[in-house]
Unconditional design. Sequence first.
Length: 238
Amino acid sequence: MISPFFKKKDSTDKQAEQSAKKTNASTQPQEGLGEERAAEVFVEDAQSVMGSVGKANMDKKSLDLVFAVEQIIQARQHAELSIYELQDRLTHSAGHVDRLNRDLKNLNKVIDEREKNILELEQKLTEKNLKVDQVMEDYREQQGTMTAEIEELKSVIDLEQQKYGSLLQKHNEALAEKAKKINDLEDKIGRLEVENSHMKQKYESMRQEKNYLSNMISDFTSRMSAPLGQGKNDRAGD
């Protein structure tokens, strides 16, 4: 004997199939509806079927089946809510990802600019390093040239110092000889001054003697040239 639940269920299934066909017929032009809309239609149809079946006329198995179907429906609704939340989170995450992608693009632009600046700085640094290397090379060449010139100047200075030492020695010898000659001349002058003094004294004595002799001769001559009587008178008068 067939339970009235299954009879009603068969009729209900038929009604559900008819409504599903209507629903499919109505949804065929709208092929753009997704799985979400199909799930909502399934839940609505299941709820309408469960509502049309009276639980009072059901046996235990039927009630268990109805309870199981209700749990499935509730679980599906809960899953749909979870899906909605996940879709919201996914949308939010997608927006966040879009922002991150924009930020990433901006960062990539900044990185490209920084890399370009770094390349320019590296190029400038390379050019400066080349200039520094050139300057260092010039400095080394100049230093080598200056070292050779310094060594040559040292040799010239040593030679000049030797010449100066020889000249200084000759100068000192000449000064010593000159001092000796001066001393000799001073001694000779001293002797000549003494001799000159003696000669002056001798000359003075000889001059005085000469004057004395000259006076004597003059007196004798004057006496000899005078007349004899005059000479006697003169002597008498004297």
